[in-house]
Write a protein that binds this ligand. Structure first.
Ligand code: UT7
Length: 343
């Protein structure tokens, strides 16, 4: 039987470190390091420079993952790219990444399928479910799955936007999902969505019901209201649902696999808020040393949080071959999911 396992991990964060103090001093946001750390656990995040887009961040992370899998881009059979901050409205960033990986040029171009996933914070777990299904079905041997975000371009970096702009950062994480006949890899996944809450965490920079979709001024120039440029969120409702859905998704994936929480060696939770993850861990009774965090350093990088966590944990030796791990995410939509894997 063919199994799907993660054969390589990679990550990239842009070099500019933006501390909570920088949000205050450089951008003039009325906030404090203490407020942000106490409510979210975030100490700093990374911002990409102007001119750098999501497919650029994805490229660095992808090269890292492909190399660590012992492969070259030409070994790939498919590209999945999860993002809520694509380079453009269309096409998806996956095709830009494909071209940047050099797959479309040279003596033997490889026009592998490229698919963008629009599932915000749960994009990576949705992608892992898709990639593993492609591999287990025998259709693909190696699928590149990337989560990448350039949030800094779309944050209201003023006091008005402080609730959201203090949370998010830029970065990319990638994995290669490969076929193996060994008894290891992705054991199961569980996904869910609740469209009743679609507007609770959203960014409506355009409205396709309008004619045209962005209003024009008298000179025929498109005008976007500043309030439409930024994400909107009912933070408390998101927080409550995140806790409930993450616990539910984790329990469901464990039940499906006939596992208890004690069978899992490491937990990789989406990094939206340290308090959410601590609450989830506390409710389920997880020992602190089994839950991996990096939100302190990167903030919420949406689709990139879990693959960055995996890559860092592997580099540091914390994530080892043979471990049983659980990944859990929740985000805008609302959408959520969990994956259990034997590393
Ligand atoms: O990936 C999924 C994405 N999002 C999430 O998971 C986020 C889930 N929600 C949360 O993490 C929390 O709701 C937040 C951390 C975003 C906010 O915490 P909160 O305890 O719900 O605060 P709040 O929005 O109710 O705001 C409380 C006060 C407000 O001031 P007033 O109206 O009481 O005077 C805010 O204006 O805190 C103020 N505030 C800030 N103060 C300093 C909001 N953001 C900041 C800030 N610095 N950065």
């Amino acid at each position: 039987m063919t199994h799907a396992y993660i054969s390589g991990t990679g990550f990239y964060v842009p070099p500019e470190v933006v501390s909570n103090e920088v949000l205050r001093e450089k951008y003039g946001i009325d906030t404090t390091h203490e407020w942000i750390v106490q409510r979210t656990g975030i100490e700093e995040r990374r911002f990409a420079a102007a001119g750098v887009g999501t497919s650029d961040l994805a490229l660095h992370a992808s090269r890292d993952a492909i190399e660590r899998a012992g492969l070259t881009p030409r070994d790939l059979d498919m590209i999945l790219l999860a993002t809520l901050s694509p380079d453009h409205a269309f096409p998806g960033s996956g095709v830009y990444l494909q071209e940047k990986l050099g797959l479309c040029t040279g003596d033997s171009p490889k026009f592998v399928p490229a698919l963008d996933i629009r599932n915000q914070c749960s994009g990576f777990v949705y992608g892992l479910a898709t990639a593993s299904s492609m591999v287990e079905s025998g259709r693909c041997k190696h699928v590149l799955l990337v989560g990448a975000e350039t949030h800094s371009a779309a944050l209201d970096l003023s006091t008005d936007g402080r609730t959201i702009s203090s949370l998010f950062g830029d970065g990319a994480g990638a994995v290669v999902v490969s076929a193996t006949e060994e008894d290891r890899g992705i054991r199961g996944w569980y996904l869910g969505a609740d469209g009743r809450h679609a507007d609770v965490l959203s960014q409506k920079v355009w409205d396709i019901k309008q004619r045209p979709f962005i209003p024009l001024n008298e000179q025929g120039v498109g005008q976007v209201q500043p309030s439409h440029m930024w994400a909107h969120m009912d933070g408390k409702l998101v927080f409550r649902n995140a806790v409930e859905r993450m616990i539910g998704a984790l329990m469901q994936a464990c039940m499906d696999q006939n596992l208890t929480r004690d069978d899992i060696d490491l937990f990789f939770f989406h990094q939206a808020n340290m308090r959410i993850n601590q609450y989830v861990a506390q409710q389920i009774g997880l020992p602190e040393d089994k839950v991996v965090h990096n939100i302190q350093r990167y903030g919420n990088t949406t689709a990139a949080t879990i693959p960055i966590l995996l890559a860092e944990a592997e580099r540091s030796g914390r994530l080892k071959r043979g471990m049983k791990i659980a990944m859990v995410a929740f985000g805008s939509g609302f959408t959520w999911g969990s994956v259990i894997a034997d590393w």
